[in-house]
Design a protein around this ligand. Structure first.
Ligand code: MG
Length: 400
């Protein structure tokens, strides 16, 4: 068995830390960490460097690089080459000795590095769904050209990948993404209006980073996943459905033309999907506890409520229109989510802002990287204007 070199984009985040746990459990003969990309969590990165001794690491800025160097010198630890910024993250993503790249950064930051990894023919284990939402066409074309494999780490898409193994595309009628429904699944419109950041951060079944947890509360996460599924598996808008499944035991399903439904079930732990993406097409024993079926008293299913959660229809609309609209939607969502976390706007303001930006956006075809980046940039400017306006109303309401 040859040892595979692995680079991680977003090594100190939730996906990054779980990837390192998986690699530690699978053993150093199978995988070796060659490069790590992080932001400014220098203390955690220093721990990871000490343990895995990568050749290259990237951080967000010169300041973080100096801090990291000082920390490693104090510890008398392994000192890798340190690079900074987006160019640094691209170096991590395209490192010579990396066979596999785990793309675990949040939001638009990972976009260019992930694209470069695909262009250089690496297997990409993709957790960063925003990259496919922004420019699925560019990503999938790059992979096709270089022969790079794109394996989903997002639990729903990982489940779909498993369900679709061995099935003929022409025999699959539709794919069904499951959604937990988030913390506001049973709350009425009025109480969602007053939702606090702390309430939105309380995800019922998954433990994840801040941005994706807020996306799960608005159900935009599922909207993004519809677009992600389109690009990963080539299903059209009408062939992708969502069902709310509060227990999150079934990670997703496919329906075949004879009416048969195949589901993938498992414990809610990201390490399962990460390990699958790293070891595919092999399966390896896992240190995760098996699913205890006897302890599951019920599995419930509901239709998603698009009136309380308008982000779902916004995402379907973006996919249907195509071009640069999904990138604009994604950018507006990122800005709006940050404004909600900063307590400047209410939770229902998030879809309001996205809709305004989408209505203003002049959709064009995705020709190259620049068209996508320009759509992203202009949508952020438009989102900031909308946030500014709604933030003033929010303050007035808050005082009253
Ligand atoms: Mg998911």
């Amino acid at each position: 068995m040859s040892t595979r070199g692995v680079a991680i984009l977003g090594s100190t985040g939730s996906i990054g830390c779980n990837t390192l746990r998986v690699i530690e459990s699978l053993g150093s003969e199978r995988f070796r960490i060659v490069a790590l990309g992080a932001g400014r969590n220098v203390a955690r990165l220093a721990d990871q460097i000490t343990q895995h001794q990568p050749e290259l690491v990237s951080v967000d800025s010169e300041e973080s690089a100096q801090k990291l160097k000082a920390e490693l010198t104090t510890r008398n630890a392994w000192l890798p080459r340190i690079v900074i910024g987006e160019a640094g993250l691209v170096e991590v993503a395209t490192h010579d000795r990396a066979d596999y790249v785990v793309s675990g950064t949040v939001g638009a930051v990972g976009f260019v590095p992930t694209l470069r990894a695909l262009e250089t023919g690496k297997r990409v284990a993709l957790a960063n769904k925003e990259t496919l939402v922004m420019a699925g066409e560019l990503m999938t074309c790059a992979a096709e050209k270089s022969g790079a494999e794109l394996l989903p780490v997002d639990s729903e898409h990982n489940a779909l990948h498993q369900c679709l193994r061995g099935e003929k595309r022409s025999e699959v009628r539709r794919i069904i993404l499951t959604a937990s429904g988030g913390p506001f699944r049973t709350r009425d419109k009025a109480s969602i209006q007053n939702a606090t950041v702390a309430e939105a951060m309380r995800h019922p079944t998954w433990n994840m980073g801040a941005k994706i947890t807020i996306d799960s509360a608005t159900l935009m996460n599922k909207g993004l996943e519809v677009i992600e599924a389109h690009w990963l598996f080539g299903f059209g808008v009408e062939e992708i459905s969502i069902v709310v499944h509060p227990e999150s035991v079934i990670h997703s399903m496919i329906e075949l033309i004879d009416g048969s439904v195949i589901a993938q079930m498992g414990v809610t732990d990201m390490r399962h999907a990460i390990q699958y993406a790293l070891t595919y097409p092999e399966r390896c024993t896992s240190e995760l506890p098996p699913l205890d079926l006897a302890k599951l008293s019920s599995l419930r299913f509901e239709a998603p409520d698009e009136e309380r959660f308008p982000c779902i229809s916004l995402a379907y609309r973006a996919l249907k229109t195509g071009g640069t609209l999904p990138a604009a939607m994604n950018a507006a969502n990122e800005e709006a989510v940050q404004a909600f976390i900063d307590e400047r706007i209410s939770l229902p303001d998030i879809p309001r802002i996205i809709e305004r930006v989408m209505n203003q956006h002049r959709t064009s075809a995705v020709k190259d990287l620049d068209t996508v980046l320009e759509a992203d940039r202009s949508a952020r400017v438009a989102a900031q204007a909308a946030i500014h306006e709604l933030a003033q109303e929010f303050r007035v309401l808050g005082v009253a």
